[in-house]
Design a protein around this ligand. Structure first.
Ligand code: COA
Length: 360
């Protein structure tokens, strides 16, 4: 059998309709559009509406990705959701998505590496496909961070947003696919960015709620310094592992945490601005969703074309960081073109979401 590679055959994203601008935040905390824009590059972000959750946004992004890949949910082997803001501690958000989509043959689980979750999930799916354990995987990054924000803490609440992005990854001998994937962590730096209460070490109680311990806490300056170094290190390692250099990369898609971090990374890696994808101004930091949303927008805008080589690089709480080089495919594999007829007849997203029945 010819050597198989893992290629992206479909992509999709979803941003909830509620847009919150910096001017809206000025009415909630002591901040200004000028401060937020100049320090972060963010102008607005999307917040999940009533009834929207990480899983419902994930399903919408996933459905778009499956349709683009001409893939039926019943043919999926794996559903992996990268998230640090799941619907529940358990069941996994991926199980809710698997059920909603009707992916009845698929295994499903979450990957939690904060903002590095999508890159981690992609590396895992790639490994499982190359190892012959799966023929395909739906890999999603989805977050509802707005519900973990303390709107009395201006240093964090202006930074984050909600959304979901998804890719379909498939075994193929038709293309190069994912060429490298590197992941790293330093758990000694966990307290730089974390949510203290609400799990098992500090279960929810009246006191934890009163003290605001269920919200994201961050030491922004320290995170900033680590972010630039770790992203550059991971990018260089992923390039070396793929046997390529910066000049061979058509587009850099970094995690969208702060435009100053992105600019510093691009400068150090010698990427000209036109090769760097930035959409943080419209979404803020959507954590695990930021890279798959950026992938989908870059492809929709024609900035990511079949045969292009892309470098993904992320960092996040944990502390975690990672990078991946891939040749972009982005279209259905040739022998599945006719299946689109089946997909077009598929149910609407609202029909799909009706299938998930857990207490709200
Ligand atoms: N509006 C207005 N002023 C604010 C503010 C806000 N939203 N947030 C903080 N400030 C104030 C601070 O209180 C401080 O005031 P002081 O000098 O009177 O004490 C001043 O602005 C400077 O704060 P500082 O924290 O030094 O700003 P900064 O230039 O380091 O920018 C971040 C802060 C958070 C934007 C920046 O550190 C950052 O982006 N860090 C990385 C965060 C990140 O990416 N996290 C996600 C990881 S996946």
């Amino acid at each position: 059998m010819a050597k198989q590679n893992a290629v992206v055959t479909g992509y999709g994203f979803y941003a909830p309709p509620r847009v919150v601008t910096n001017h809206d935040l000025e009415k909630m905390v002591d901040t200004s559009d000028e401060w937020i824009s100049s320090r972060t590059g963010i102008k607005e972000r999307h917040f999940a509406g009533d009834g929207e959750t990480t899983s419902t946004m994930a399903v919408r992004a996933a459905k778009a990705a499956l349709e683009r890949a001409h893939m039926r949910a019943q043919d999926l082997d794996l559903v992996i959701v990268g998230t640090c803001s799941p619907d529940y501690l358990f069941p996994a958000t991926a199980c809710l998505v698997q059920s909603a989509l009707g992916a009845e043959r698929a295994g499903a689980f979450d990957v939690e590496a904060a903002c590095t979750s999508f890159v981690s999930a992609l590396a895992l799916a790639n490994g499982m496909i190359l190892g012959g354990m799966a023929r395909n995987a739906l890999v999603i990054g989805a977050e509802t961070l707005s519900r973990l924000l303390d709107f009395k803490d201006r240093t964090t609440c202006v930074l984050f947003g909600d959304g979901a992005g998804a890719v379909v990854l498939e075994a193929s001998n038709a293309s190069v696919g994912i060429e490298s994937a590197v992941l790293h962590a330093d758990g000694s730096k966990g307290e730089l960015l974390y949510v203290q209460a609400g799990a098992t070490k500090m279960p929810a109680s009246k006191e934890t709620v009163e003290q605001g311990l269920h919200f994201i806490r961050m030491q922004g300056g320290e995170v900033f310094k680590l972010a630039v170094k770790s992203m550059c290190d991971a990018a260089e390692e992923a390039l070396a592992e793929a046997g390529v250099t910066t000049e061979d990369i058509d587009i850099l898609i970094p995690h969208q945490a702060n435009v100053r971090i992105i600019d510093a990374v691009a400068r150090r890696l010698h990427f000209p601005p036109e090769k760097v994808f930035v959409n943080i101004q419209r979404y803020g930091n959507t954590s695990a969703a930021s890279i798959p949303i950026a992938i989908a927008e870059a492809a929709d805008q024609g900035r990511l074309k079949k045969g292009d080589r892309v470098l993904l690089v992320a960092f996040g709480g944990g502390f975690t960081w990672g990078a991946s080089v891939m040749e972009w495919w982005g279209v259905p594999i040739p022998d599945r073109r006719e299946k689109s007829i089946v997909d077009r007849a598929a149910r609407t997203v609202d029909d799909l979401l009706d299938r998930v029945r857990l207490p709200s």
